[in-house]
Write a protein that binds this ligand. Structure first.
Ligand SMILES: Nc1nc2c(c(=O)[nH]1)N[C@H]1C(S)=C(S)[C@@H](COP(=O)(O)OP(=O)(O)OC[C@H]3O[C@@H](n4cnc5c(N)ncnc54)[C@H](O)[C@@H]3O)O[C@H]1N2
Ligand code: MOO
Length: 403
């Protein structure tokens, strides 16, 4: 039996390198991982521009204005966003300018439209309030040659907007790692099969498919196979070449729990067998033909916790993501937790904010009812080993699954 953190380190140390790279159109890049550093080839904004609709003027003409002592200026042109001003603003003149348009030469202030009035043909300036700061300077957000995005960045809305701004229509991204998911168990039926006595439908494959997608991998469902060593070996020999294979079922000590025998039969040296946590203790891992083979428990409650704690960070690392680690946080326990155990435990919980603190309430119906609690859970709460009953409000570590 191995400590969870050591098991994860072993898996990460044997993780395949991130996949090959390719260029994708920007619109197809959401959720992918950037495989190159992006340096700006231009300043942004690319020119001094107006942050509002108003008049570009010379500051010295308006510094002393007030509604009681306005000044009159002559409009020389009007510049919409996207156009280039042609005329230089000199003393006594104003260029009507729209938000986003280039500031004309000669102007060093912009008065907003609401602070002006049209008087005959002239523009009356009623206040100079903030006029000098009403200019967005060239390069104030991004300088030319500045590194804006780095390899390993998850491409979400901010990154996609920046890439577009920088003219990166086809950024280089990592291919998603393919993760094989094979369910073992003679009791298993596919979701479309008619029900039979003694059988259950395979829910693990679909649960782990979803978890794989969330971690940034590409799940490859390999179906299910009965608890028979030669059937499992035949099935494995037919599988496509993938960097990681996850199996569920047969990881414990029962007569038909064949995973340990499988590792022996295929002469796969074990990285570890059994992880000191509950649920999710039965896990075996090894390197098989340059791929990681990880056998999880068939118990949905156990398999999903093992996946969350061990496989999700592993997949995130193989995607090329820079920050692949769990997002752990300290929460306050809502209610008391009375179940004690010599092993550290992870329980599905629901976090919420109250009086400025994050609280987490363990869900009832854990264990075999895990799938129902998974529906409601948004956190995995860690209960330390050998705890005496834990009091309401005690600080505990949790992984927040959905924000
Ligand atoms: N004598 C002992 N028995 C058990 C122990 C133990 O220490 N000594 N550990 C228990 C614990 S804890 C767990 S967890 C399970 C682990 O069992 P396995 O990993 O070998 O998994 P299976 O026996 O194949 O299945 C367990 C359970 O889950 C159902 N199952 C299996 N596959 C699926 C699937 N794809 N979709 C939905 N449900 C699935 C299966 O029918 C069983 O009910 O062992 C305990 N026993
Ligand atoms: O290890 Mo079992 O995984 O406690 O549920």
């Amino acid at each position: 039996m191995i400590v969870l953190e050591d098991a994860l380190t072993l898996l990460l140390n044997h993780a395949p390198l991130p996949c090959s790279t390719t260029r994708y159109p920007l619109a197809e890049c959401f959720g992918r991982i950037l495989a190159e550093d992006i340096t700006s080839t231009m300043d942004f904004p690319p020119f001094n521009r107006s942050p509002l609709d108003g008049y570009a003027v010379q500051l010295k003409d308006i510094v002393h204005v007030s509604p009681e002592h306005p000044v009159l200026l002559m409009q020389i042109e009007s510049v919409p966003a996207g156009s280039v001003p042609c005329k230089i603003v000199t003393s006594g003149q104003a260029t009507r300018i729209m938000t986003g348009a280039k500031i004309p030469e000669g102007a060093d202030a912009v008065v907003r439209l609401e602070d002006t009035r049209l008087v005959n043909d002239q523009i009356e300036i009623l206040t100079a309030d903030k006029a000098a700061t009403n200019i967005c300077s060239q390069g104030e957000e991004i300088r030319i040659n500045e590194k804006v995005l780095t390899t390993g960045t998850l491409l979400e809305e901010g990154a996609l907007g920046l890439l577009s701004m920088l003219g990166q229509a086809n950024p280089l991204v990592f291919h998603k790692p393919k993760i094989g998911i094979l369910a073992t168990g003679s009791e298993l039926l596919s979701p479309s099969a008619p029900m039979k006595l003694g059988k259950i439908r395979d829910s693990n494959s679909y649960m782990l498919l979803a978890k794989t997608l969330k971690a940034g991998g590409e799940p490859v469902l390999l179906g299910h196979v009965e608890d028979n060593l030669s059937s499992i070996i035949t099935k494995l020999s037919e599988l496509p070449d993938l960097p990681v294979y996850i199996t569920t079922g047969g990881a414990s000590v029962g007569d038909y729990d064949l995973m340990e025998k499988l590792f022996q039969e295929l002469q796969i040296p074990l990285l570890f067998k059994g992880v000191a946590m509950k649920p999710g203790m039965p896990v075996l891992a090894g390197v098989w033909k340059n791929s990681l083979l990880i056998a999880l428990s068939g118990n949905p409650a156990a398999g999903s916790v093992s996946f969350e704690m061990l496989i999700s960070p592993l997949i995130r690392k193989i995607t090329g993501l820079r920050n692949w680690n769990h997002k752990k946080t300290i929460v306050k326990l809502c209610g008391t937790f009375t179940k004690t155990s010599p092993t550290r435990r992870f329980v599905w919980a629901r976090w919420f904010m109250k009086q400025g603190f994050i609280f987490a309430e363990p869900l009832s119906h854990q264990g075999n009812g895990m799938l129902k609690s998974a529906l409601e859970a948004n956190a995995l709460l860690e209960i330390p080993a050998h705890n005496s009953p834990i009091k309401d409000g005690t600080e505990l570590e949790a992984i927040l699954l959905h924000l």
